[in-house]
Design a binder for this molecule. Structure first.
Ligand code: GAF
Length: 399
């Protein structure tokens, strides 16, 4: 059993690999997970997002094989044992149930379809310390980890953006989740102590130094798995597309993200139902909030930044309707604590994690107070981690 958030070292990987394959590993890799500061459910609406990679993520130890087989073992799914797939067989080309190996298989499939020369098989040992299904992008982390492994082991010349797009294709076409580009982008382009401001319309991005004064980012895990998340996610995306099509009968706009608040307001009468109006309003307003939040951060107006983070939660709760009582309890309780700039749910929603920007010296009080209310209201405990903002995928060196 892997303790979530536990420290994983190269030594952990060496030993894990040895016990799975009875061989020494030759290379070690890491890919981060991500949090998102603001800009939720905007990435498939042509809007902006503002995520960052974190130091919790997925690790691998690898050795080459002299055949065409991929032997994959995950410590997090140790009961499944070593999974074997052989290159150039139909089996490696298709999704099987909800197995974790679908992610590496999907990456292999689309990279080879795009011309990558995969010359031999690999033994791969995986272990992750991201809480699974918690909205911290364990799947994007796994995809970009395998992207890095394939890139380095086979000397591929795939650009970071193409690697990101390959990961998104795996989600959309192999797994069947119509997600946007944010998660893979945040993981791949992560930079220590910086957030990534990405315009999903143009794919232009910049790293913005995260200067939060004497505040840290606390990740609050509801410990509620996002069971319905995938089907609801696709439904919300469809609703946004429907609302856009109705708006387009009166106003020329390629995406909801391209609309400003005033134009949206003026043409909102074209939207034919309340749920669709609310979904579209969230997408338009949230995108505007990202712009205001960046300005606030660059001006060191942290209080304003925090209020915009809170406004994002309100909009996700009442307009986009993807929160639920667990995430609401965490965010609303966090708002009442001393030393808190802001708090909100992150990721797809329905469960998973929220974040709070908390004054360093208040962290123990904060965790105790929010933890107590959560336990009383929800009946089980929430977990708290201090987020460290990290770099994208890397090969790890032995000490
Ligand atoms: C999930 C998706 F994978 C992202 O693309 C994004 O839409 C996010 O939910 C919501 O902002 O993490």
């Amino acid at each position: 059993m892997v303790e979530m958030s536990q420290t994983i070292t190269v030594e952990t990987l060496e030993n894990g690999f040895k016990s799975a394959f009875d061989l020494p590993a030759s290379h070690y890799y890491f890919a981060p997970g991500r949090i998102n500061l603001i800009g939720e459910h905007t990435d498939y609406n042509g809007g902006r997002v503002f995520p960052c990679a974190i130091s919790l993520g997925t690790y691998a130890a690898v050795s080459p094989r002299d055949d065409q087989e991929f032997h994959l073992f995950s410590q997090n799914f140790a009961d499944q044992g070593v999974q074997v797939s052989t290159l150039n067989t139909p089996e490696i080309q298709q999704k099987v149930g909800n197995q974790w190996t679908n992610y590496p298989k999907g990456m292999l499939r689309y990279l080879t379809e795009a011309g990558a020369q995969i010359t031999h098989g690999l033994n791969v040992y995986i272990v992750g310390n991201l809480p699974d299904g918690a909205g911290l992008s364990s799947s994007a982390s796994l995809e970009m980890l395998f992207g890095k492994i394939f890139q380095d082991e086979f000397q591929l010349k795939v650009t970071p953006l193409d690697m990101v797009k390959t990961g998104v294709k795996v989600e959309n076409q192999f797994i069947g989740l119509n997600s946007g580009i944010m998660d893979q982008f945040a993981v791949e382009m992560g930079k220590k102590d910086n957030a990534v401001l990405l315009d999903t319309n143009t794919l232009k991005y910049e790293h913005v130094p995260l200067k939060l004064g004497d505040h840290v980012i606390i990740i609050m895990n509801t410990n509620k798995r996002r069971e319905l998340a995938d089907s609801k996610y696709n439904e919300h995306r469809r609703e946004c597309e429907e609302a856009l099509a109705q708006l387009q009968t009166g106003v020329k706009t390629p995406t909801l993200g391209a609309l400003d608040k005033e134009t949206f307001d003026e043409y909102s009468y074209l939207i034919q139902s309340e749920p669709l109006l609310k979904r579209a309003r969230h997408a338009v307003f949230e995108n505007q909030r990202v712009g205001e939040a960046i300005k606030a951060l660059k001006n060191q107006d942290l209080e304003k930044f925090g209020r915009l983070v809170n406004a994002s939660h309100m909009s996700l709760q009442y307009d986009f309707e993807v929160t639920g009582k667990e995430l609401d309890t965490l965010a609303h309780t966090a708002w009442q604590q001393p030393g808190v700039l802001g708090a909100r749910m992150i990721g797809g929603g329905y469960g998973g994690c929220a974040i709070a920007l908390v004054q360093k010296d208040q962290v123990p009080n904060f965790e105790a107070a929010v933890g107590k209310v959560y336990q009383e209201k929800i009946g089980y405990k929430a977990d708290f981690y201090v987020a460290e903002i990290a770099d994208g995928p890397s090969q790890l060196q032995k000490r």
